[in-house]
Design a protein around this ligand. Structure first.
Ligand SMILES: [Zn+2]
Length: 626
């Protein structure tokens, strides 16, 4: 299966349309201002002029590229002159900065021209170049503009002239170029890029690692003096930080830097797709299962630790100190889509949905111009989204994901049409060699009621694969002539029939608020519950409760009421019953047991993604169970 081209599908629901309009009107214009004001864009001007000092972090070029990619996607939603102008400016600056041999990285061009490709593990040259390629492919495919694609091809050819079989053994510490080379190969039809990507994926984890030589090179280490601290344990190189600990087929669990891991496995999944490489697919499934069954927050956040921006141990999921970088959840969504395409199993779509509606979306404010880097599941009032970061990987990453959301809701494959996420959309595509229009009308994620309309010129026989969400306990279907699916396949209800030109399928997934518990091995959450409704995880904020949610204990037997709040227009809230300690009367540090008074309270919960939009205040996802 494969996603539809972005030009062939439009999101029409009120939920995601709002985010996509915000992307065009607020998010991208304000990000462009940040790219200019922080010197990211002028680094390219300086590189073109071969004069001036590099400003910022050594991988800042990647923010420009991800921004360009996001603009390309966004302009398939609708025309926006301001965004088109920003994109055009960026493309021109990038073109001008590229060196004649195809190399482009403004940090090295301006400050270290003699040190190119010397510290692959930490200096992100191929990582930045990978984002250049992704942008080049996006601008070409979405807008028919090949200027950035040509820059990308020259860069990729330069990389291929230095690295590869019979040349230098080397691959980037921060994976990204592998998946980008696969995209470039798909678009250009040039197998060289695919072969290079495969070689990079399969070389990683071999011994001796090329990074071991870098650690012995004082000049290479001087580029990033902290290199050794993340790569060496007890005097030995270990490689986990960069997934360089073992060859891909021997991987059993996710380790190291979370974003690096996600990008690596995206490329590996793409390489496994369409082949019968069972060992590679098995390794990917092992790592995915380890991640989603033992190392993922209920919000789809991943990578609990700030110290390595990544993974620690199974079931180590602290709430208050959760790192759960926005980029890591974006990466989980990207990888989940590839695994879904590889296996056809709805479990991957379940995780994509969980991350999208929770851990990804919490990374951006409802106003579209403030961001979280870390996405904790508890706050004592010290967290606050900001307009930008010194290390600003997350804002353009979430922008490119929101711009390309349409890729995640549906797929097509020969005589099959898949609906993965039943959000409102309309599309024009070809199924079973016939043109077909399909429209989904829904109020997702606020309601599980969905209407699917078929717009066909003539009757067409094809299979509709409708994902049964993991949270759906009672799915009801109204389809004249066939109330039951023909079959169930990998978590999808399959309707195999000759569809009439104006058939209508009505579905009710039975969305109801429910409490969930964590596996007791997650010690942090013992005696605690989290509230969910359909794809959304809910959370309690002090501004709704009138007291810190840490004081609240939920009565999980009480009725849960669906409502709204004027502070968050358009959102559904859930009001639950419970108890709260009264803290005002108690002055002793250790009073005797039973002396702290409690009162019965109602508590309004809001969707997790929407927290922290009414000022900094205390928040808790996993509340105590009364
Ligand atoms: Zn990030």
């Amino acid at each position: 299966m494969h996603s539809l081209p972005l030009a062939d599908i439009q999101l029409t629901d009120t939920f995601w349309s709002r985010w996509q309009n915000l992307l065009l009107d607020v998010t991208l214009p304000t990000q462009f201002t940040q790219l200019v004001e922080t010197g990211r864009l002028s680094n390219f001007e300086k590189a073109a002029a071969k004069a001036g000092e590099f400003e910022g972090l050594w991988f800042n070029d990647s923010d420009i590229y991800k921004f360009a990619e996001a603009c390309a996607y966004a302009l398939t939603i609708r025309e926006a002159p301001k965004v088109r102008e920003c994109l055009n400016t960026v493309i021109q600056k990038i073109q001008a900065a590229q060196e004649p041999d195809g190399y482009i990285n403004t940090y090295f061009q301006l400050g270290h021209p003699d040190m190119k490709w010397r510290n692959l593990n930490m200096m992100h040259e191929m990582y930045c170049g990978g984002h250049l390629i992704e942008a080049g492919v996006a601008v070409f495919e979405c807008l028919g503009d090949r200027r950035l694609l040509d820059v990308s091809i020259r860069f990729a050819d330069h990389v291929a002239s230095v690295f590869g079989p019979g040349k230098r053994l080397g691959y980037c510490g921060h994976e990204e170029i592998e998946l980008a080379l696969l995209e470039l190969s798909r678009v250009t039809g040039n197998a060289t890029y695919r072969d290079l990507a495969r070689w990079m994926v399969e070389s990683r984890g071999s011994r001796p690692s090329p990074y071991e030589a870098e650690l012995l090179d004082p000049d290479a280490c001087s580029l990033w003096p902290g290199t050794g601290s993340l790569l060496v344990r007890d005097g030995h190189y270990i490689g986990e930080y960069s997934q360089d600990h073992a060859p891909i087929r021997d991987h059993t669990q996710v380790v190291g830097h979370a974003v690096r891991a996600m990008y690596f496995y995206i490329a590996a999944a793409e390489l496994a797709d369409g082949t019968s490489d069972e060992a590679l697919e098995a390794a990917l499934v092992r790592c995915w299962d380890n991640l989603t069954q033992k190392r993922m927050y209920v919000t789809g956040g991943i990578g609990p630790s700030a110290s390595n921006e990544g993974f620690t141990a199974d079931y180590d999921l602290p709430n208050l100190s959760a790192y759960a970088e926005t980029c890591a959840s974006c990466g989980l969504v990207f990888w989940g889509r590839k695994m879904l395409e590889l296996t056809g199993n709805s479990e991957y779509a379940d995780i994509v949905e969980r991350a999208l509606y929770n851990g990804v979306l919490s990374g951006i404010s409802l106003s579209g111009d403030h961001y979280f880097y870390a996405n904790p599941l508890e706050s004592r009032g010290t967290h606050k989204r900001t307009p930008w970061f010194f290390c600003a990987c997350c804002p353009p990453n979430i922008a490119r994901l929101i711009g390309s959301l349409d890729r995640y809701v549906a797929s097509v494959s020969d005589d099959r049409f898949y609906i993965h996420i039943p959000t409102g959309f309309r599309c024009q595509t070809t199924i079973a060699d016939s043109k077909a229009g399909i429209e989904v009308e829904s109020d997702y994620p606020w309601s599980g009621k969905v209407i699917i309309r078929f717009k066909l010129d003539v009757p067409v026989r094809f299979k509709l694969f409708l994902r049964i969400p993991e949270w759906s306990e009672n799915m009801e279907v109204d389809l004249p002539g066939a109330d039951e699916p023909a079959d169930y396949d990998n978590g999808y209800a399959v309707y195999d029939r000759t569809w009439a030109p104006s058939d209508v399928l009505k579905v009710d997934f039975g969305m109801n608020p429910v409490w969930v518990e964590a596996n007791p091995k997650v010690r942090e959450n013992l005696g605690r519950v989290a509230l969910s409704n359909g794809p959304l995880i809910y959370t309690a904020e002090e501004c709704d409760l009138g007291f810190a949610p840490q004081l609240f204990a939920a009565n999980t037997d009480a009725t849960i009421t669906v409502g709204k709040t004027s502070g968050l227009p358009g959102l559904q809230t859930l009001t639950v019953e419970g108890f709260a300690e009264i803290e005002d009367d108690e002055e002793a540090l250790y009073p005797s047991e039973g002396s702290i008074a409690c009162r019965e309270v109602s508590a309004r919960f809001v969707p997790y993604y929407a927290w922290n939009n009414r000022g900094a205040n205390s928040m808790q996802v996993w509340v105590r169970k009364a």
